[in-house]
Structures are given as C-alpha cells and as structure tokens.
Design a protein around this ligand. Structure first.
Ligand SMILES: Nc1ncnc2c1ncn2[C@@H]1O[C@H](COP(=O)(O)OP(=O)(O)OP(=O)(O)O)[C@@H](O)[C@H]1O
Ligand SMILES: O=C(CO)[C@H](O)[C@H](O)COP(=O)(O)O
Length: 409
C-alpha cells in the first residue's frame, strides 16, 4: 500500500505532484519517479513500502551529481570542506535536524554520506558476520531511487545511519540542491547509481599512508590502541579489495597518495607522493597540464622562486593509461615550505579552471590548517574542486541553452 500522504508539498520540488500508482500520462516535459518510502526501525534492517508516483516537470534546475569514493579515514571530509569552500559559504548539518546527521548543506551543495544507505545496523552486521563494506549490508535499490529522484528535482526522505549509536535513525528530508555530492564507500559500485553521476572521484590512499593517517586520528583523537587500528584495517582489507578498490577504474579523476620516492626507504609516511590521474574524453572536463599539454615533463621547481627544504619537491606530468583508459597524470612528490610561494607552481599549470590568477594559492592559504595543505593532496583536491565548479557551470549553461535536451537520468 502506498504511503503518499507522508509527502507534503513542502518536501517536493515545485514542479512535482504526487499520486498513488495509477496510469499517469507522461507528457514530453514530464518525468516520473517511482519512490519507495522506507520504514525506519531502530535496530532493524529497514524495509520498503510504497510506491508513490511522483511526477515532475523537467525544468532547467536539475541537480548535478558528483560521486566521491574512498575508504573510511581517507580524507573525504577534508576534501568536501575544500570543495564546498570553492563554491562559497559554510557547509552545515541540516538545521534543527538529527544532531548525528551525516549530511552537510551549503548554499550550492548538499553532501550526503552513503553510510546512510547501510541496510544493516551495527548489530545486524555483527549477527550476519558482514562488514559495512559488503554490498549485502547496503541498500543499493534505495540509494539509486533516491539519488535519481534528487537529480530529477524531487525531495526525498533519506535514512540516517547513526555512527554514535550504530542504529538506523528516522529519515531526514533532502531537497534537491544545485550540486549533490554522494560520498562514501560505494558511489560507483552499482551501475545504476554510477550512471547518474556527472563526475566521479576516487581517493586512492596506499596502505602505508592509510595506516599513518588512521594512527594519527584514531590514536590521538579517539583513544584507540595501535593494535586495534591494525586489526581493524586487516579485518576490512578483503572486503576493501573486493568491493571498494575496484571502483577506481570507473572514476573520472583519481587522487593517488603514496609514500615519497625522494627519501630512500622512507617509513615515516610524512612526505607524500601524490598523483592526480585524469581521464581523457570526459564531457565538461579537460585535464590539467604542466607547461605543455600532452608532453612528458619532469620539473624540480626548487631554487630562486620556491623555497624547498630536504627532500625537495619534484613534479611530473605526462600521458599514460589507467585500467585501459587514456589518462593524463600530474604528480607532485614532496612538500611546500611556504604556501604563499605556491603561486609560482600555479603559474605553470594550465586548465586549472580558476576565475582569477592565483585562485588555487588563495584557496590553499585560506585552508592552510587543513590536513595536506603543504603537499599534493591539498593542491590536487583544490584543483579538482575548481574543475567541479567549471563542470557545473558548463552543464548548467548548456541546459539553459537547450532546455528541452534530455538529461542523463
Ligand atoms: N591530506 C592529508 N594529509 C594528512 N593527513 C590527512 C589528510 N587527509 C586526511 N588526513 C588524516 O586522516 C584523518 C581522516 O580524514 P577525514 O576525516 O577527512 O577522512 P574521512 O574519509 O572523511 O573519514 P571517515 O569516513 O572515517 O569519517 C584526518 O583526521 C587526518 O588525520
Ligand atoms: O566504513 C565505514 C564508513 O564510514 C564505517 O565503518 C561504517 O559506516 C560503519 O560505521 P560504524 O563503525 O560507526 O558502525
């Protein structure tokens, strides 16, 4: 039985109307979204009831959807803070909502965490002997239906996975934003969800670096022991390798974080070698390049214009292949001593989609206190943020130019 009464007009885009399942005539400008309402049972596994049929006019205010995949503790939140800052305005949890909400809303963007689509809560996973990375612990049907609905301009009641209690909390209302970011373990796992993405990013943190970051956060801030951190990484590894890591082959951009090659046998993990792998031929995305597009270039910028202490800084740029796709790779090994001198590096990069000379440096200086601001992680996250702004502007301007053009969804 449908529960359409659960929707108020307030929860819907102004171009939408609700009906119980019946023969709905779909005109040329209309879209139909079948929407399942999920009951939210504490401690349960969540189930679907419905459907309601929501019919919306295809306006020009459709949501651009970005996917960001990474394992837990790999810098997604830091990246999101850099991205939302590029669009201006602070990102905050929904006002007056669940204090344990995982959602962040700013003027332009809404970031939802895909942990909210866990179909099994903490107890449920323990009973079934599965990790949160296992597809069986996640509701991909609901994820697909809700991302599709938001992309089509329809608000949804999204569940909340409460990381404090380990339970599935009652849902929260998500209205269609200009840009929706779905971040978490599986944004590119399900083909249907993948096809809804206008751009996708994978943060590929090598095991050594992941371990160093986890120790820093979970030991210093959360009081975990070294052994428990090691055990947790080991326990997740088989499912990480099976379900999370393979998504990187679908990503339009990958930020790969590796130990430095500038210090022989380095095992401190403080100096990083970071590679920005950019797929060629992606609509509305032209890869960044160093000096000369398509050439292969090694560059050590240290000297008169860039202060570098040991072990220095080395850039590399060139074409390559990645999982059978043509890509451009920009690499930075080492770290900056003085962030204001980054302008020297910025002036040698092209296609960075800045609005004014020095915008990358300005963004990096603004968030100098974020992790990774002195190395390639911060630099490449900032550049990808600018590329997403550019992609959004291109998509929306092409929609304004051709309002009746069919959308990807
Ligand atoms: N670029 C970086 N350089 C150094 N350390 C970093 C970097 N990014 C993240 N970290 C470290 O990793 C920790 C986790 O980062 P963050 O909270 O951004 O990751 P996350 O993927 O959102 O984690 P979770 O999914 O567990 O919430 C940070 O507290 C920080 O210690
Ligand atoms: O991989 C994760 C993504 O953040 C978490 O481990 C998963 O969401 C389960 O969370 P919790 O450990 O709080 O029950």
């Amino acid at each position: 039985m449908a529960v359409c009464s659960a929707y108020t007009t307030q929860s819907l885009h102004s171009t939408c109307s609700i009906s119980t399942p019946a023969k709905t005539h779909l005109g040329f400008h209309q879209k139909q979204v079948v929407f399942y309402r999920r009951s939210s049972k504490r401690g349960g596994s969540g189930s679907s009831s419905g459907p309601c049929v929501i019919t919306c006019s295809a306006g020009d205010s459709q949501t651009v959807v970005i996917g960001l995949a990474a394992d837990s503790g790999c810098g997604k939140s830091t990246f999101m803070r850099r991205l939302t800052s590029v669009f201006g305005g602070a990102a905050e949890p929904p006002k007056g909502g669940n204090p344990d909400s995982n959602t962040l809303i700013s003027d332009m963007t809404t970031v939802i965490c895909l942990d909210d689509y866990h179909s099994l809560d903490r107890t449920g996973r323990k009973e079934k002997g599965v990790t949160a990375l296992d597809p069986r612990a996640n509701d991909f049907d609901l994820m697909y239906e809700q991302v599709k609905a938001i992309k089509s301009g329809v608000a949804v009641d999204k569940p909340i996975y409460n990381h404090v209690t380990g339970l599935l909390d009652p849902p929260e209302l998500i209205k269609p934003p200009k840009i929706l970011v779905i971040e978490g373990l599986h944004p590119m796992f399900d083909e249907r969800v993948r096809d809804l993405l206008d751009f996708s990013i994978y943060l590929d943190i090598s095991n050594e670096v992941k371990f160093a970051w986890k120790i820093q956060r979970d030991m210093a801030e959360r009081g975990h022991s070294l052994e428990s951190i090691r055990a947790s990484i080991e326990a997740r590894k088989p499912d990480f390798d099976a379900y999370i890591d393979p998504q990187k082959k679908y990503a339009d951009a990958v930020i790969e974080v590796l130990p430095t090659q500038l210090i022989p046998d380095d095992n401190e993990g403080k100096v990083l070698r970071v590679r920005l792998i950019m797929k060629e031929g992606v609509k509305h995305f032209s890869p960044v390049y160093l000096f000369d597009e398509g050439s292969t270039i090694s560059w050590i910028p240290c000297g008169r214009k860039l202060t570098c202490s040991y072990p220095g800084i080395k850039f590399h740029y060139g074409p390559d292949t990645y999982f059978g796709n043509e890509v451009s790779i920009l690499e930075m090994d080492g770290q900056f001593d003085r962030l204001d001198e980054l302008i020297y590096v910025e002036s040698h990069l092209s296609n960075i989609s800045t609005r004014f000379y020095g915008e990358v440096t300005q963004q990096m200086l603004k968030h100098a206190d974020f992790p990774g601001s002195n190395n390639g992680t911060g630099l490449f996250q900032t550049i990808v943020g600018l590329k997403i702004r550019d992609l959004y502007e291109q998509i929306t301007s092409s929609k304004t130019a051709a309002p009746l053009e069919a959308t990807k969804a």
